[in-house]
Design a protein around this ligand. Structure first.
Ligand code: NOJ
Length: 550
């Protein structure tokens, strides 16, 4: 089907799949995923009749790194970590992906480098080093106290004392991740050079890490305090994030890419960013194309919360910008575990999938969610991520959501011939690609159906979103539609957030769609699809449906 607006940028009709390279596919038996492994699994993603059907992959960082933060501590922006392969492997990945209609989005970590990056090693070497002001250095207060009270996102002070030069350096995350000084034009130029390096290798976009952190108030005022459990939230991050200077940097980045408007820039901001994540769209055409809104990754399974957050984030996107839709990533417990613990978990994961592909925006699928992969039940001895270890066992942390992709029920789930770096998630013998490919009722089959449905529908790709009121409060109703030359293409979507059957009257749908519809998809495998003629419809517990005008 040809989309009504053929000139829309590619990402507006794309499905993006996030690969956590450590865990997707190992090719050399060292227990760690790698680029040749990813290449060997591309057919699963697109290019064959059985594929999932995604249009782009976003690779979490694959640059050389000491891996204190699993690649988000980059020690060389223009190379590949030997654990994952070589630049030649990367070039092959790009061409093999492109051959299958899959674009490649790199993770770009701009706020900080590794403390092993040559820039930082030089910066740290003396107070007069040529790269001293590529990072933030400041004198401490008397009595060996840091320059101010700023807290690091992963715990403790954001300042570390460097005995060699007697000053403190700033790090918003781990002490191994010093923050780059974005007020320095030399830093900007060097980073824009990195962007060109990857564009020349054929990449199609960048996911910009922790982007609201770039600018800092370098008069170093203390952040105001507030009451909270963890040190990071015991202050309002007024001066260390969300600074006007960040917007200047993003505008400069966007204008440096004037010749490449086909490149996706999607940014990550914190969910409590002041002004909301949408601030980083700028005026809609001068900062980022897409900005993640993580509030739905922190919400409970409640229709009021979903109603409010969906509408809020949809309305906040300025003309020219485009919303991403995401429920899981490598930093959070998987949504199947967040939204339910018992028998309802899989039902809710199915309903969430329906939302992922029917809300307005680019769906981002986190590897394994299409299988209903659960958080791994890990022991303390299994953990690798310093943040997970620090708050263990009070907080689930991130390692449980990073376990290897289960491909089949062979030993180590077909992920590796060696010992996987993290244990497999417990139910891999039931939850794996091979088994679910064969099962038309599996969550993988549902993802495929939803992806094909979205791609074949103008309303679902480029249509407007508007909420429908008047149904049972336990349900979320909305319409996606396009209107071209008087021709209306409309879909009615309903999700039941309760454990009880809810009655929807045909009248509600009728008054929205103008006439009776056809049920084209339900998340309940037992439900018969087809014309909807009765005067009401009983929506099962956590069931989601899509109804179109026949
Ligand atoms: C956000 C990334 O998603 C996360 O994994 C990382 O630890 C921090 N930014 C720091 O780079």
């Amino acid at each position: 089907m040809t989309l009504l607006q053929p000139n829309t940028p590619w990402w507006q009709s794309a499905i993006v799949y996030q690969i956590y390279p450590w865990s997707f596919q190992d090719s050399n038996g060292d227990g760690i995923g790698d680029l040749p492994g990813i290449i060997s699994r591309l057919d699963y993603l697109n290019g064959s009749p059985d594929s999932l059907g995604v249009d782009a992959i976003w690779l979490s960082p694959i640059y050389p790194s000491p891996m204190h933060d699993f690649g988000y501590d980059v020690s060389d922006y223009c190379n590949i970590d030997p654990r994952f392969g070589t630049l030649a492997d990367f070039d092959r990945l790009v061409s093999e992906a492109h051959r299958r209609g899959i674009r490649v989005v790199m993770d770009l970590v701009l706020n900080h480098t590794s403390n092993q990056h040559p820039w930082f090693i030089e910066s740290r070497s003396s107070r007069t080093s040529a790269k001293r002001d590529w990072y933030y250095w400041a004198d401490g207060k008397s009595g060996r106290r840091p320059p101010n009270n700023w807290a690091a996102r992963f715990g403790g002070s954001a300042w570390t004392h460097d005995p060699h030069t007697g000053q403190y350096y700033l790090h918003s995350f781990l002490s191994e991740q010093p923050d780059l000084n974005w007020a320095n034009p030399a830093v900007r130029d060097a980073v824009f050079g990195v962007v060109r390096f990857w564009l020349d290798r054929g990449v199609d976009g960048f996911r910009l890490d922790a982007i609201n952190w770039l600018g800092k108030d370098t008069s170093w005022p203390d952040n105001p305090r507030r009451l909270a459990w963890r040190s990071y939230y015991r202050q309002i991050h007024r001066y260390d994030r969300d600074q006007p200077h960040t917007h200047e940097a993003l505008r400069a980045l966007r204008s440096s890419l004037k010749d490449r408007e086909d490149i996706l820039l999607v940014g990550e901001t914190s969910s409590d960013t002041s002004g909301g994540p949408a601030a980083f769209y700028g005026n809609g055409s001068n900062e980022l194309h897409e900005v993640f809104d993580f509030r739905l990754l922190r919400s409970d399974w409640h229709p009021d919360t979903f109603r409010r957050l969906i509408l809020d984030s949809d309305r906040a996107v300025p003309q020219g910008g485009w919303p991403p839709v995401v429920f899981s990533n490598h930093d959070q417990s998987r949504h199947i575990d967040r939204y339910g613990a018992g028998g309802e978990a899989i039902r809710r994961a199915r309903a969430t999938a329906l939302l992922l592909f029917t809300l307005r925006g680019t769906p981002f699928v986190y590897y394994g969610e299409e299988l209903g992969l659960r958080d791994g039940r890990l022991r303390r001895a299994d953990l690798h991520d310093p943040y997970t270890i620090r708050y263990w066992p009070w907080k689930t942390g991130r390692d449980p959501a990073r376990t290897p992709m289960p491909w089949d029920d062979s030993p180590q789930a077909g992920f590796t011939t060696g010992r996987p770096w993290l244990p497999l998630s417990q139910a891999w013998r039931q939850t794996n690609v091979a088994g679910e490919q064969r099962d038309p009722g599996s969550i993988l089959s549902l993802y495929k159906r939803l992806i094909r449905m979205k791609k074949g529908s103008n309303a679902l790709t480029v249509g407007t979103y508007h909420p429908v009121d008047g149904g049972p409060p336990e349900c979320l109703f909305f319409i996606r539609e396009t209107l071209v030359d008087g021709q209306r293409d409309a879909l009615f979507i309903a999700v039941n957030f309760s454990a009880h059957t809810q009655k929807i009257s045909l009248q509600t749908v009728h008054s929205e769609l103008g006439r009776t519809g056809t049920l084209i998809l339900s998340t309940d495998t037992q439900r018969a699809e087809g014309p909807w003629t009765a005067d009401h419809f009983l929506l099962g517990p956590d069931e989601g449906i899509v109804v179109s005008v026949a």
